[in-house]
Design a protein around this ligand. Structure first.
Ligand code: GLP
Length: 263
């Protein structure tokens, strides 16, 4: 696993966006060989999206032959609901770049047939040859996408009940009213994310320090689903100094040393 430690969240966003652009460009995607990108929502990736839009405007990257799959979506929110992940993606990224609408995939949280929606999502990914790069954030309890603690580490796309801790953390987007936060979501599984050729998780702020510690220094465990990244052949964590607060000093020194002068 690579761990890239940057001074602050802005530099994390810049690094992540540059890395995504670099990977897309290096792949030289075409209509018949698109670059398949897995995308997260949440406050952490907002800066990365803003930087990617800048890179697109500066003609440093094009999304013409990029296909996206979002990680998750709340159940019961219309795509036009300001807190739906459909709306989030549209406003913060999709409408600013040249992604083709037919290349954008998000789980439909309004579907009546959850099982079908989830299996078709997985099938669509497979049909495209799998995901090249899956980007994620992490919850305070170590969850990736909506794979709450004790999710199977081999889980696939499915319906999940959200924990009280996640509902509380996400209530800040729902007028701090817990009763407005959906209690269930559709989410890609830990196994779905780990099938990607590369997985990059962004971790910023002191609130994520515990999750980062378990993700990097803890044992691989379904208690902290981020820890499964340790078993991925190309896992990258990009974090800020605040998030490293609970890591051993020697861990931080090791990664700062080994990552110096690397992209
Ligand atoms: C939600 C999302 C996750 C995200 C997490 C952290 O639970 N389903 O994908 O990583 O929130 O969000 P934030 O970046 O706002 O802390």
């Amino acid at each position: 696993m690579r761990v890239i430690i940057k001074d602050n969240a802005d530099i994390v966003s810049q690094w992540a966006a540059n890395y995504v652009a670099y990977k897309i460009n290096a792949y030289k995607p075409t209509p018949s060989k698109p670059f398949v990108l897995g995308l997260p929502t949440g406050s952490t990736p907002l800066g990365m999206y803003a930087e990617l839009i800048k890179l697109y405007q500066a003609k440093k990257v094009s999304f013409e032959n990029v296909v996206t799959f979002n990680m998750d979506e709340y159940i019961g929110l219309e795509p036009t609901h300001p807190q739906s992940y459909h709306y989030f993606m549209q406003e913060n990224f999709f409408k600013h770049v040249n992604l083709k609408p037919e290349n954008i995939h998000l789980l439909n949280g309004m579907t009546r047939d959850f099982a079908k929606e989830c299996s078709e999502y997985e099938r669509e990914m497979r049909k495209l040859g799998g995901v090249n790069l899956f980007i994620g954030g992490v919850g305070e309890d170590g969850h990736i996408a909506f794979n709450e603690p004790f999710s199977s580490l081999t889980s696939r796309t499915r319906i999940k009940t959200l924990t009280e801790s996640t509902i509380k953390a996400n209530s800040r987007f729902f007028d701090n009213d817990i009763s407005k936060v959906p209690t269930m979501a559709l989410t890609v599984g830990v196994g779905t994310i780990m099938d990607a050729r590369e997985v990059m998780i962004l971790v910023t702020g002191k609130k994520k320090a515990e999750a980062l510690k378990h993700g990097i220094e803890g044992a691989v465990s379904h208690v902290w689903t981020i820890s499964e990244l340790q078993r991925h052949p190309h896992g990258i964590i990009v974090c800020d100094k605040d998030a490293t607060e609970k890591l051993e000093k020697s861990t931080v020194e090791y990664f700062l040393d080994i990552e110096r002068n690397k992209f």
